[in-house]
Each structure stands twice: as structure tokens, then as C-alpha cells.
Ligand binder design. Sequence first.
Ligand code: PHE
Length: 466
Amino acid sequence: MKVRSEEIGKPMKRETFSTSLTVFFATLGSAVGLGNIWKFPYMTGMNGGGAFILVYLLFVLLLGIPIMLSEFYLGRKTRSNVVGVFDKLKAHKIWKSIGYMGLLSSLLIMFFYSTVAGWVYAYVFRALKGDFRFLGDMGIDEARIASEGIFTDTLSGMAPMVWQGIAILLVAVILIGGVKKGIERVTKTLMPVLLLLIIISAMRALTLPGAAEGLDFLMKADFSKLKGSSILAAMGLAFFKLSLGMGTMVTYGSYFNKENNLMGTSFKVAFSDVAVSLLAGLAIFPVVFTFQLAPEGGPGLLFQTIPLVFSMLPLGNLLLIAFFVLTAIASTTAMLSMVEVPIAILTEELKLARKKAVIITTSVMFMIGVITTHPDALFGQVEVAGKSLFDLFDYLSSNLLLPLGGLLITLFVAYFTKKESLKDEMTNGGTIGNEKLVNLYRFVLKYITPVLLIIVFLNALGILSI
Ligand code: PHE
């Protein structure tokens, strides 16, 4: 077997993904998730449509891609988890707080994310039972009310907690398999299927009577509808969507093979991720307008619209099952990367066995997640600053912790690492021939990304008003 120089002298061989294609699918598997299919459409709806999307795209370009690249750099260079990175680079230990914040974000996000993943699993089950079949025989108003009723019913009682448990259990089982036999095997098989299905769903929705109105809503940039809070929301979404600011991409980057073109991967992942979000928007908004649902309907949007669109089709129930199965897949592959952050820390920093680390982490996620994010559970009704714990975890992670982590990663890579080392990693030792792009990336990272981040923060805190 070929031994690579970087591995010589290391006691434990670290796993890596096999090829650039599997790197792409695993990383896209992390990015694509409930963020695209559930969050992007409802947030776009709540923040007025096209203008919000434009702002979001700007953040993907100026914050998302540079930060993703920086995370890849840290990971692949050091082959380490997000805490260990800073030891390997002999940085001041204060930087390790990035890693600990990442750990916290991973937990906070999993608490509510696994809840929604549980709803998705419940919908798979209901679709299999044929619970949505009758929607197709109803008038528009009746069908809308019935669909809303099914959603409310799915959220009540103890069942959603069981579904959440199942969603987390599946993640645990896959992660115990490790990087190649777990993460890589699952993502390379399922991501292509997911991409195909989202295209079919969007095409179907575009033939509905409300398609023109839906398209209009997505494409027309009416900036007067953009609220002040929308800017922070768009930034938070960009971080959440691309799994940035908490070390997910550091961790995955640490599993990339040496030949991978980091810049190429980041462009492809960011572009495909935006494409999937837009396709999800195209699948959902025509339905919203055809059935006269409120575009600003909030977190239930996906669950109320998709059954309506498929119920009107021949073989609709089959498509409905497939759509929710694939949403379940998307949420699962994203959770793999979310949970891998603490797993890598526990196995490498505390030298826990992988299986033990997985069991401990997922048990904590399940126990706290269940009691804090269900209205029918012990603490589900608690409100902090007018937000349910579910909303609070979402807000704190997306709008605060991830961007803060992203800012610190930006500052560290831009100002505290060696230019040559960064260039070397981005060009694979000068073999790619992308020096100009690397210079552009360094420029954006030094002068644009941090400034933009700070402006949005100050704006959100009310210190600056733009
Ligand atoms: N990117 C995932 C999604 O959009 C969520 C995620 C956030 C995954 C943070 C990992 C880390 O669904």
C-alpha cells in the first residue's frame, strides 16, 4: 500500500474519503438538508420572496464560499477535529474556543433539527399508510384545511418523540460504521437519487395553475418587502445551509483525500446547494399559490404543501412517499455531519472509542432534544425572551453562534496563518494552476468577509442602522 508522507510517523491511520466524487457527495450531503427543503422555502416566504433570495445569494458568495474554503484548509492541512486543529497549528489556546462553540452549536442544532427530521419520518409512515390519499378528491379549500389538520395531528402526543428517537438512532448506526463504510457509503448512494427527485417535484409543481404566481414570488426582487431582520436571517441561513461556522467543514475537510481540489469542491457544493434550494422553492410556491396557503406560513409550510401537490396526481401517493423518503435522507446525511463534529473531538481529544463516542453524543442529543422541543413534553412550553426553546435553539445557533464561529475562523485563517501554507493547500502544491483565484479568495477573506459579518452583527444589535 502506498504510504503518503503526511501519514508517516502517525500512530493511528485516519480514514479519508476515497475519491473526489465521494468527497463531493459527502460534503453536499452535509449542506443539503432540511435547510433547503424545509427552512429555505418558509424563510423566503416569511421575508418577502425574491429580494430575500438575492441577499442570501450575496452572502453565499461573499461569506459562504470563503469560509467554507477556510474550513477545508484547516481540516485537510491538520487532519484534525475542530478543537485539535489549533494545537496542530501551534496557535494560542484561546482559538480552541472556536471548537468548543462548534460543539455547542452541534448540540443546539441537533435538538431541533432531529425534531423536524422526526416529523419527516412520521410523514413517510403516514404516506405509506395512505393517510393523504383522500386529499385528491377534495376541493381546494377543503384539501388545504385537511392538510393543515394532518400536520397539527402529527405534532401532538408522544409519537413525534418516538420518531425523533428513530431519526437519531439511524444517524448513530451509520456513524458507528465510520467515514468510509458509514458516511461515504450512504451519501454516494443516496444523494444522486435525492437530486433526481427534487427535479421531478419541481417540474410537476410548475405545471400547476398557481405556477406563474409562485415563480413571480420567487423571482421578483421587491426590496420594500425586505424587513431589517431579514438581513440577519439571510446571513444565518447561509451559514446554516452550508454547514459553516461550527467546524463541520473542518471535520469533513480533514477526511478529504490529498488530490481533492478544495476550491472546485467548494464551488460545486455551494452551487448545487443553491440549486437544490431553488428547486425546493419551485416545488413549493406554486402549490402555495394554487391552494391559497399563506406564503409566510412558517415552519409547517413544507408539510402542508407537498401532500397537496402530489395528491392531485396519478401515482401521487407513490411520489409522495418518495419525496418524504428523500427529505428524510437529506436530513439524515446532514445530521451525520452535524454529529461527526463532536464524535471527532471525543475520539481524538479524549481518545474515546468511536462506538462509545457515538452512543454518548446521540444519547445526549436525544434526551435533551426530546424534552426541550416538543410542546407535549416536560419543558416544551417554556419560553425564553418570547421564543419557544425550539425557536431559541434555532435562532441562537444560526444567527449568533455560527456567524460568530465563522468570523473567528475567517480572522484566524486570514491573519494568523501563513500565506504560503494557505496557497499550498489551495493549489495542491502548485499543481492546479489557480493562483489568481487563490489571491482573490485571500483578498475577500481579509477585507470583505469580516467587514460584512461585523456590519450585519452591529446592525442586528441595533448599534448600526442600515
Ligand atoms: N446544512 C444543513 C441543512 O441545510 C444543516 C447543517 C447545519 C448541517 C450545520 C451541519 C451543520 O439542512
